[in-house]
Design a protein around this ligand. Structure first.
Ligand SMILES: *Cc1c(COP(=O)(O)O)cnc(C)c1O
Length: 260
């Protein structure tokens, strides 16, 4: 076993234990929390190693990078999530390369995604390239069928002064209602990326706020929004205590990324 093999597997084991403890503190079950391994900047081989250690959800933040790596791991039974900002001109690629878009932040983008997914289901569409996947929390997406829906999360900008991506709080209800009405996307919940704090406890109000926004939105829409994607390597335990159902971990699993 190479050094890298053992370290990724060992990191995942440590992370799982930390998830168990954080869930325990909050009176939650560890199974309620999906580990999304964010493999940006790391090679396809790292994804394989994490998959061998039991990880089934992976995140990437750039469509172009994932376009290069995806063919190398397309045989794996896993769900691929886009967690970074999606540019309008990449939507067509994104629906072919990802099972879930966790960073939706505008109505034009949602409408474009909706149209592209509809096209995948059409006769002669390219959906056949895409394998169908069944995963907890993601629903079923058999792209060859017309009834398929793309799971999405809306990213909320909770610290407008410090972050650029996401919809402003004031725009969230309107966007959510409009997305909810689209036939080919399935609004599953919310996502956020709070500012970085040396003391992870300082991120707690942001996580709590996202949960409150989700609860209010679910009431307004009259429907459950089960997913809260929040928490990264340095603050995921706090996010779990505040109700995260998906945590997005890069460094804690794959090690530190090379500085750009
Ligand atoms: C890179 C990234 C992560 C993971 O970051 P780590 O601090 O390495 O865990 C999570 N979410 C998004 C949106 C990212 O871009």
């Amino acid at each position: 076993m190479s050094v890298e093999t053992s370290s990724i597997a060992a990191n995942i084991e440590v992370v799982r234990e930390r998830i168990r403890r954080a869930a325990g503190r909050a009176g939650r079950k560890p199974e309620e929390i999906t580990l999304v391994a964010v493999a940006k900047t790391f090679p396809a081989e790292s994804i394989r190693l994490a998959h061998a250690a039991g990880v089934r959800h992976f995140g990437e933040n750039r469509v172009q990078e994932w376009e290069q790596k995806q063919p190398l791991v397309a045989d794996l039974d896993a769900a691929w999530h886009l967690v970074g900002h999606l540019q309008s001109n990449k939507v067509s690629k994104a629906v072919r390369l990802f099972h879930a878009i966790d960073s939706l932040d505008s109505l034009p983008l949602a409408q474009k995604l909706d149209r592209e997914v509809a096209g995948l289901g059409a006769p002669g569409g390219v959906g056949a390239q895409h394998h169908s996947t069944r995963h907890g929390g993601l629903g079923t997406r058999s792209v060859a069928g017309a009834a398929t829906r793309l799971p999405v999360l809306i990213e909320v900008r909770l610290a407008p002064e410090e972050t650029k991506s996401g919809v402003a709080e004031a725009g969230l209800p309107g966007l959510a209602e409009a997305v909810f009405a689209l036939p080919h996307v399935d609004l599953r919940g919310l996502m956020c990326l709070p500012p970085y704090f040396d003391d992870s406890k300082q991120a707690r109000p942001y996580f709590r706020r996202l949960r409150e926004l989700r609860d209010a939105l679910a009431l307004r829409l009259g429907r459950a929004l089960p997913e809260l994607s929040m928490g990264m390597s340095h603050d995921f335990e706090v996010a779990i205590e505040e109700g995260a159902t998906q945590i997005r971990l890069g460094t804690a699993i794959f090690g530190s990324r090379a500085q750009k």
